[in-house]
Write a new protein. Structure first.
Length: 255
């Protein structure tokens, strides 16, 4: 059994245990688990009430289940280096949300506070996110209140922990502007590492907002438009893709 087969079987086993051989929609599954749901005629998105992680996302017209496995849902990741050690991340998987509340029919507000870091203990940092769904488009806004003595150098948010193609056989690419033209990088079913094997734990691709303020996650017939809607570019945003747990081999880069 190869890694791809194992991952597929693990996901299917968990789903089968939940549904007892019944085929559930994303909306029904979210209702069973008590997730906080935003939806309109185009999109359904769900958040875990305990962690605040984004756990499900489905494009309704085409039945594309973009986020399928709640266990792989992630809320955020931060980097808060210590004076003597730079590797001090704050992983959303290690946090409990202070609150996950629906503040309007199309809005969810999530707050995390007193964040546990890798090596610096619990830090007096509060991160508040507001997610808005309007006409099939999701907007993510965040406010960081850092009362600790450490700098927060980066925030990975939003974070899609289980990005799936429309079908297992559908090729996907990430497209972005580069030197006045649209460039693309394959992300499925092959995923090459662009950052150098010496600097990353997982195969990684990044595209910077100073080169392109948008990124298309594209299949032949449908896709996702992700953008930084700030023409002033007041801070650097990176569209980052990581392949977990890795590829089947370093030559073919098969996922």
């Amino acid at each position: 059994m190869n890694r791809r087969t194992f991952n597929k079987l693990a996901g299917l086993t968990a789903l089968a245990a939940l549904t007892e051989n019944m085929e559930l929609s994303a909306e029904q599954a979210a209702a069973i688990t008590g997730e906080v749901v935003l939806q309109d005629k185009d999109l359904l998105v769900a958040f875990d009430p305990a962690s605040g992680a984004l756990t499900r996302m489905e494009h309704k017209p085409t039945k594309w289940v973009i986020e399928r496995r709640p266990a792989l849902g992630v809320s955020f990741r931060m980097h808060a280096p210590l004076p003597t050690q730079r590797t001090n991340f704050i992983f959303g998987q290690k946090q409990r949300a202070k609150s996950v509340e629906k503040i309007a029919d199309n809005q969810v507000r999530i707050q995390w506070s007193n964040l546990e870091s890798q090596h610096g203990g619990v830090l007096p940092i509060t991160f508040t996110a507001t997610v808005t769904l309007k006409d099939g488009a999701l907007t993510f806004d965040g406010i960081l209140d850092n009362q600790s003595s450490l700098p927060v150098e980066s925030i990975d948010y939003p974070y899609f922990g289980d990005l799936n193609p429309p079908t297992p056989d559908t090729r996907m690419v990430a497209e972005h502007m580069f030197v006045g033209a649209l460039s693309n990088e394959e992300i499925y079913p092959h995923f090459s590492n662009n950052l150098g094997y010496w600097g990353v734990r997982y195969p990684t691709k990044t595209f910077n907002s100073n080169q392109s303020q948008f990124c298309f996650i594209q299949s032949p017939e449908q896709g996702i438009y992700v953008a930084h809607h700030d023409p002033a570019i007041r801070y650097l945003l990176q569209f980052t893709f990581e392949q977990h747990p890795g590829t089947l081999d370093w030559n073919g880069n098969a996922v």
